[in-house]
Design a protein around this ligand. Structure first.
Ligand code: 5GP
Length: 112
């Protein structure tokens, strides 16, 4: 399976890791779109959010709660944006589910 983020999980590719536990990994995006840009990923291979099912409920909730914790630890002033691009036409380029945690600047709406 060609999955770039599995290589980061396995430490075959280096990344600046912000948080890790047995289920998820959080690391800095290589091409940050904001002063803080962290990717939060499950260690389980799920190609995209729409491939997840009810058995992933706890894992997906865990990702959100840990995003909160990471934001608090980084003192992001309760101001951040979480983004999940699902599918190439929605902007997904790496097919291992990931949540972008962005902060440190103003964000416009609607997103581009
Ligand atoms: P997507 O476009 O799929 O929503 O987001 C993929 C993200 O992964 C992009 O923001 C991109 O900069 C990031 N990315 C791609 N390759 C690497 C890498 O090798 N290391 C890290 N840390 N981030 C990567």
């Amino acid at each position: 399976m060609d999955d770039l983020f599995l290589k980061i999980i396995d430490k075959e590719i280096p990344a600046n890791i912000i948080f890790e536990d047995e289920d998820i990994l959080a690391f800095e995006d290589i091409n940050p779109q904001a002063p803080t840009h962290i990717l939060i990923i499950p260690k389980k291979h799920i190609a995209k959010l729409s491939d997840a099912d009810i058995s992933d409920q706890k894992l997906l909730g865990h990702m959100l709660i840990k995003a909160n914790e990471i934001a608090a630890n980084l003192k992001l002033d309760n101001t951040f944006r979480l983004v999940i691009n699902n599918g190439a036409n929605a902007g997904q380029s790496v097919f291992h589910l990931h949540m972008h945690l962005l902060s440190g600047r103003s964000f416009s709406w609607p997103p581009g």
